[in-house]
Design a protein around this ligand. Sequence first.
Ligand SMILES: CC(C)(COP(=O)(O)OP(=O)(O)OC[C@H]1O[C@@H](n2cnc3c(N)ncnc32)[C@H](O)[C@@H]1OP(=O)(O)O)[C@@H](O)C(=O)NCCC(=O)NCCS
Length: 274
Amino acid sequence: MTSVEVYRQLGFADADREDAEAYQADPVAVRGLVEQIRSSVGKLGSEPRFQMPEDPRDSIQAFLETVPDIRRFHAERGIPDDISWATLADLGQQIKVNRRTHGSYGLETHWWMTIHWVGQIYALGRLQYLLHQVTEERPVPGTETGEWIIGVHIPETGPLTDELVDDSLAQAREFFPRYFPEFPVQTANLWSWLLDPYLLDNLPQDSNMVRFGRRFTPYGTPNDSQDSAIFFTFRTHGIDQLDELPQDTRLQRLVVGRIKDGGTWQSAYGYLKL
Ligand SMILES: CC(C)(COP(=O)(O)OP(=O)(O)OC[C@H]1O[C@@H](n2cnc3c(N)ncnc32)[C@H](O)[C@@H]1OP(=O)(O)O)[C@@H](O)C(=O)NCCC(=O)NCCS
């Protein structure tokens, strides 16, 4: 049984906690994910490829049941409690996003939470960082295959100001050598729609988003990713109802305008030295 206090630490809204408590989970599906998480906690390097339950609400149940496992791993590493909970609270945040996107309790992005629950990603201030190894298939300039680097992720938790980003990067420079000294990191990389060259050229140059994107040196070839711009801006999917999307901000107008002009949003790679 998950206590109200743990739900709170995990960032659950009240409505989501109530729905989680009322949900009649499929014990077999839950056990399947619980066992995969338990056998992978602390396995770092490449992202877990779990067989996820068909119903993401069973995945949520499995995450709840394994809170003590991932909390133990964090504690053994000496990771401070506030960082541990801030990291795991992405669960509640993702469930909130799901309710905004689909209007109900669930977790479309249940696969995303597996990296948190095996101990690969950490929330340090404004940003999250995924400790992983460079692979031969996806080289990163200035690094070698097998080298440990941190992948940057940007949760939807308010503005991306210079100060918050500076502070978060400063935390990352301290955190990884202190808590993961055997995996030295010198580079951070980002794969995101926020690095789409069109976005960087067409939003105001002094906006948080452009200033953030310009911190990264581009590499590789951008790939088409229309749905990322739609999903992260509007929390909906598809381009069938462009005329119904709000057009209040410059970003909203840019995203819709480009698609109406026949363009395609992309995701692109960038890196920075820590
Ligand atoms: C990335 C993010 C934090 C930037 O927010 P921010 O710091 O407020 O952005 P900026 O101040 O640079 O905004 C520039 C313009 O875009 C608008 N904008 C930014 N993010 C927006 C969003 N998610 N929805 C609608 N408009 C948005 C701003 O209102 C502003 O337009 P305005 O001048 O007309 O008001 C925000 O877009 C976000 O939370 N996105 C979802 C998470 C995400 O995309 N993660 C990366 C996944 S790969």
